[in-house]
Design a protein. Structure first.
Length: 518
C-alpha cells in the first residue's frame, strides 16, 4: 500500500504559559480519510504542524507506518511522503501556475527542461480533480482558484499522506464534493491517506471514514464517523456551553423598499477581461440576498465595484434611491458597511493596532477626535468595549492587527462595520475558516442587521450558508445573474445545477427583471 498510517503519542506543545497541545494521542489508519474537528485555537493547526516538522512538538512521538521519526523539519516529512496544504496560501505571486507547481518539488536542477515539464504538467492536469491555466499567475486567480492550486501543488507530488487545513472553505458545493470524492477514492485505493481539518459536519458525514475532535489542546473524541453523531461532535468541540442558536428571522415588510439597486453593471478584471457584464439585481431593506456562484465568476469584482475599490465601466448603482459611487462620505451618510474576503488585507492596515483599525470608520469624528487631534483614550476605550462585546481574542487593544488569528480579525472588522446599525451590509465569505461557535455568532449578527431593517448582500461560496441565511438567492455566472429564486423554494441540488450551467434557465435580462421586481 502506498498510503501511510500515522500515530501521535502523547504529543505536547506550549508557547510560554499557553498549552496548545496536551498529551494528544491520535491514530490515523492507512488508506482512510480522517477528519479533524475543533474550534479556532483548539490545537488543530499546531498538531499538524508538529507532524510535518514545521513546529516540532516539545514532547511526545510521531509514528509513521509503525516507526518513530524525529519530525524536526519539513524536509523530513517530505522524505516520508507527507504533504500539507496550509490554511494560508503559500503561492509565489509573480510566478506562473506551472512554475508554482514545479517549485513544490523542492530540489530542482540548475537548468529546467520546460518542454518535458510542460508535457508532464499537462498530463497531470488532465487527471486532476480540477484544472487551472498553467500560464496564469496567482495574482490572476480568485481566492477559490488559489485554494485549488494549493491542493494541486501537493497532488502533483504524489504524497503518501496528505494533510489539508480547511481545503473546501472557498469551493462551491460541486467543487467541494468533487475534490473530496476524488481524495477519498485515492485513499480507499491505497494511494494516499488523507487527514482533513474542517468545520463542516456535512463533509465529515459524507466523506470521512474516521473523525477526531480537539478542544483546548486535548483530544475529546476519536472514532468511526458511522458511530459519531453531529450532536456528539458538537458537544466534543464546545463542551457543556453549546453555541447559541441563530436568531429567528422576523417577518419581512409587506411592501419592500429597495436598498441597493444595480442596473446593467459592467466592470473589468485585473487583466482587463470583462468581469461583470450587464449585471442587474436589487437588495431590499430587511432581507438577506444570497449571491451564489462558482469562484471566479465576478463575485470579487462586484463587491469591489460597490465598495468603491474598482471602477465600473458601465451601469448604475443606487443606494436608498441615491446615485452611489462608494466614496467615504457616501458610506458614512448612507451607512453602507462592508466585510470583504480576506479582511486583514482588504479591510485593515495589518501593522496598525487593533484599536486603530477599529477606529478607521470614525477616527475623524467625536469622540475619537476634535480640534484637529485624535483622542487616544476614546479610541482605546471604544476598542476595549468592542473586544469584550464580540469576544475578540487579542493580546491587547494595542497589539498589531496582524497578530490576531483569522477568526478574530473577522470579528474585529465586523464589530467596526456593525457599530452604527448599517442600512446596507456587503459581506463576502464571512465565515471562511471560522469554527463552529464563531460561525454561529456571525450568522446571528447578520440576521440581526436584517431584522433591524438593514439590507444584506451575502456573497458566499458556501451554499449551505446561503440556504440557511438568505431570503432570496441569485446565481452569478460569467459576470451575470443567470437565476434567482426565493430561498424557501430551492435546495442545494437545484442551485448547484444552475451554478454549473446545467439548468435551462431564463435569459439574464429576465432574471434581472425578476430580481428588481421581487
Amino acid at each position: 500500500m502506498h498510503a501511510l498510517s500515522l500515530e501521535t503519542i502523547a504529543l505536547s506543545q506550549s508557547f510560554g504559559d499557553f498549552v496548545a497541545l496536551d498529551q494528544v494521542s491520535l491514530r490515523i489508519r492507512a488508506g482512510t480519510l480522517h477528519a479533524l474537528l475543533g474550534e479556532n485555537g483548539a490545537g488543530k493547526s499546531t498538531l499538524v504542524k508538529a507532524v510535518v516538522g514545521f513546529q516540532p512538538a516539545r514532547s511526545g512521538a510521531v509514528v509513521v507506518d509503525g516507526r518513530e521519526h524525529a519530525m524536526d523539519a519539513p524536509a523530513q516529512a517530505r522524505r516520508l511522503g507527507i504533504g500539507m496544504v496550509y490554511q494560508h496560501f503559500t503561492l509565489v505571486p509573480g510566478m506562473s501556475v506551472a512554475e508554482n507547481l514545479v517549485l513544490a518539488r523542492g530540489d530542482l536542477p540548475a537548468v529546467v527542461d520546460w518542454k518535458a515539464l510542460r508535457a508532464e504538467l499537462s498530463a497531470f492536469m488532465r487527471t486532476a480533480p480540477f484544472a487551472i491555466d498553467l500560464d496564469a499567475t496567482p495574482n490572476d486567480l480568485s481566492v477559490g482558484e488559489k485554494q485549488k492550486l494549493e491542493i494541486l501543488k501537493q497532488l502533483f507530488l504524489r504524497p503518501r499522506l496528505l494533510i489539508l487545513d480547511e481545503p473546501t472553505s472557498v469551493l462551491n458545493p460541486q467543487e467541494a464534493d468533487e475534490v473530496l470524492g476524488a481524495l477519498r477514492a485515492q485513499a480507499h485505493a491505497g494511494d494516499c491517506t488523507i487527514l482533513m481539518i474542517t468545520h463542516k459536519f456535512r463533509e465529515v458525514t459524507a466523506f470521512a471514514d474516521d473523525v477526531s475532535v480537539l478542544r483546548r489542546g486535548r483530544l475529546t473524541h476519536s472514532g468511526p464517523v458511522a458511530q459519531s453523531t453531529p450532536e456528539q461532535l458538537a458537544h466534543a468541540m464546545v463542551g457543556e456551553a453549546a453555541a447559541a442558536p441563530a436568531l429567528d428571522k422576523l417577518p419581512r415588510a409587506a411592501e419592500p423598499r429597495p436598498a441597493l439597486v444595480l442596473r446593467d453593471l459592467s466592470a473589468r478584471g485585473d487583466r482587463g477581461e470583462a468581469a461583470l457584464q450587464g449585471l442587474s439585481l436589487t437588495v431590499q431593506a430587511g432581507e438577506i440576498l444570497g449571491l451564489a456562484g462558482v469562484s471566479g465568476n465576478g463575485q470579487r469584482e462586484l463587491l469591489q465595484v460597490i465598495a468603491g475599490q474598482r471602477p465600473k465601466t458601465a451601469g448604475e448603482i443606487r443606494v436608498d434611491g441615491q446615485a452611489y459611487s462608494g466614496t467615504r462620505g457616501q458610506n458614512r451618510d448612507l451607512r453602507v458597511r462592508c466585510l470583504p474576503e480576506e479582511p486583514l488585507f482588504n479591510a485593515c492596515v495589518p501593522d496598525l493596532s487593533v484599536a486603530e483599525n477599529m477606529a478607521l470608520r470614525r477616527f475623524d469624528q467625536a469622540p475619537m477626535s476634535g480640534w484637529g487631534r485624535l483622542h487616544w483614550r476614546a479610541i482605546q476605550a471604544n476598542a476595549r468595549r468592542w473586544i469584550d462585546e464580540y469576544r475578540i481574542k487579542a493580546p491587547s487593544a494595542n497589539a498589531a492587527m496582524r497578530q490576531l488569528s483569522g477568526g478574530n480579525v473577522q470579528r474585529a472588522v465586523l464589530a467596526r462595520e456593525l457599530s452604527d446599525a448599517p442600512k446596507l451590509l456587503l459581506v463576502s465569505n464571512p465565515t471562511f475558516g471560522l469554527d463552529f461557535a464563531a460561525t454561529a455568532d456571525i450568522h446571528r449578527r447578520l440576521i440581526e442587521v436584517r431584522n433591524a431593517g438593514g439590507a444584506v448582500l451575502l456573497i458566499s461560496e458556501d451554499l449551505d450558508e446561503i440556504l440557511q441565511l438568505a431570503d432570496r438567492i441569485a446565481v452569478i455566472s460569467e459576470g451575470r445573474v443567470i437565476h434567482s429564486t426565493a430561498a424557501a423554494e430551492t435546495n442545494r441540488t437545484a442551485l448547484g445545477r444552475h451554478m454549473a450551467g446545467g439548468e435551462d434557465a431564463a435569459t439574464p435580462s429576465a432574471h434581472a427583471e425578476a430580481l428588481t421586481c421581487a
